[in-house]
Write a protein that binds this ligand. Structure first.
Ligand code: FAD
Length: 367
């Protein structure tokens, strides 16, 4: 049984710990997660996961790897939800922050055939929307639309319960510490570990992979998004519109807060998560209220907050790759970062692939 250290406690790090413990059956007592920010913490620029909308949508690209990550995650979230609710006896999916909502997605241009074929093969309640239904959407008629049963996350809430689950059920150790070099990860182990010399390090540092010594991946870049969060107990559906140079989304968050996340923006290489823009807020409200007028009148909305976050994007897509350090072959590094705008909806598939790469002794495999 190798010792495992996961660097990063965003959704990708936690999904990786889940796949290791629940699917690969590695005891949590062999696993230590070390991260600058842990669930419950907030950082506008250093910790993306609490800022996500978040839902399962058709945002991700059409390549085989992305299609696999989305499908695997969509199909395996039910098991994760069940396992967590069995542990938190007496609680429900709304409390957990992982629930289901209907969704409609519209495109200005008909999406790639491969994507449609893939979606059709596994989405629950999948239906192509009629011309009449497309005609009802403004300001211009979309070219294509589908409805489906989506997964919805209350991201900060779900992240925190996920952390408690891994800590309390599996005895995974969490340490709050910033690393300057990936080699330091070796020092962070679970004291309950059997102490095997073989050590696997999963690098789940998101945007941190740009600057972390031993990684410094210059393909990593931020994609900024601003959102407006309102209170809207009457909206219990997702609605999304994908354009050539814009993305408009409406995402209800599970839980008693009845929050509705309105977005958004996909601003490549924009590092500014500290500031929010009034003009962007107005633009988001204009687009979302046009897409789903029953949200209400602009001047009567109860705005809870306006926020910005940075998606950890990467040229070429996520990096899931094995690296054996030449100077020490008892240590294996598995990189697992670059989830961009789809860490919740595809990250379980990424984690599954990363664990496969680690344990199947595959040679460096760039997906
Ligand atoms: C506005 C917005 C809306 C979004 N909506 C959705 C959505 O609806 N659905 C969806 O699936 N996704 C959505 N996303 C994307 C999603 O949030 C990301 O894909 C996901 O959070 C990435 O997770 P991560 O674990 O890779 O990174 P992070 O959450 O950033 O975690 C990185 C971890 O690594 C740690 N770390 C980094 N560097 C170091 C270091 N040097 N030393 C120690 N620790 C380090 C950090 O402390 C942190 O714990 C959205 C994102 C934004 C900004």
């Amino acid at each position: 049984m190798p010792q495992v250290t996961i660097v990063g406690a965003g959704i990708i790090g936690l999904y990786t710990a889940y796949v290791l413990t629940e699917l690969q059956k590695i005891p949590g007592s062999e696993i230590c997660v070390v991260a600058k920010y842990l669930p419950g913490d907030q950082s506008a620029s250093g910790y993306t996961s609490p800022w996500a909308g978040g839902n399962w949508s058709c945002i991700s690209p059409n390549d085989d790897a992305s299609l696999f990550y989305d499908k695997f995650t969509y199909q395996n979230l039910e098991r994760l939800q069940k396992v967590m609710l069995a542990f938190f006896a007496g609680k429900d999916d709304e409390w957990l922050g992982l629930s289901r909502r209907p969704s409609r997605e519209f495109w200005d241009q008909v999406p790639d055939e491969r994507k449609i074929e893939s979606l059709k093969s596994y989405l629950e309640d999948y239906r192509v929307l009629s011309q009449k239904e497309l005609n009802e959407i403004g300001p211009t008629k979309p070219a294509f639309g589908i409805s489906l049963k989506a997964w919805n996350f209350n991201c900060p809430v779900f992240l925190y319960h996920f952390y408690e689950f891994l800590k309390d059920k599996h005895q995974v150790r969490f340490v709050k510490q910033e690393l300057t070099h990936l080699a330091q990860a070796k020092c962070y182990v679970n004291p309950l570990s059997s102490g095997n010399a073989k050590h696997i390090i999963f690098n789940c540092t998101g945007l941190g992979a740009r600057d972390l010594g031993g990684v410094r991946d210059h393909k990593v870049y931020p994609t900024r998004g601003q959102v407006v969060v309102i209170k809207a107990p009457h909206i219990n559906e997702n609605c999304v519109r994908w354009g050539k140079d814009y993305a408009t989304y409406i995402i209800p968050r599970p839980g008693k807060g009845k929050e509705l996340v309105l977005g958004g923006f996909l601003q490549v290489d924009n590092n500014n998560a500290q500031d929010t823009s009034f003009a962007e807020t107005e633009d988001i409200l204009k687009r979302t209220l046009t897409l789903l007028p029953k949200i209400g009148n602009h001047d009567e909305l109860e705005i809870i907050r306006v926020a910005a976050g940075l998606r950890p994007s990467r040229y070429g897509g996520p990096r899931i790759e094995k690296e054996t350090k030449n100077d020490d072959d008892s240590v294996v590094v598995i990189h697992n970062y670059g989830a961009s705008g789809y860490g919740y909806q595809g990250g379980l598939g990424m984690a599954f692939k990363a664990v496969q790469v680690a344990f199947r002794q595959e040679r460096c495999s760039r997906l």
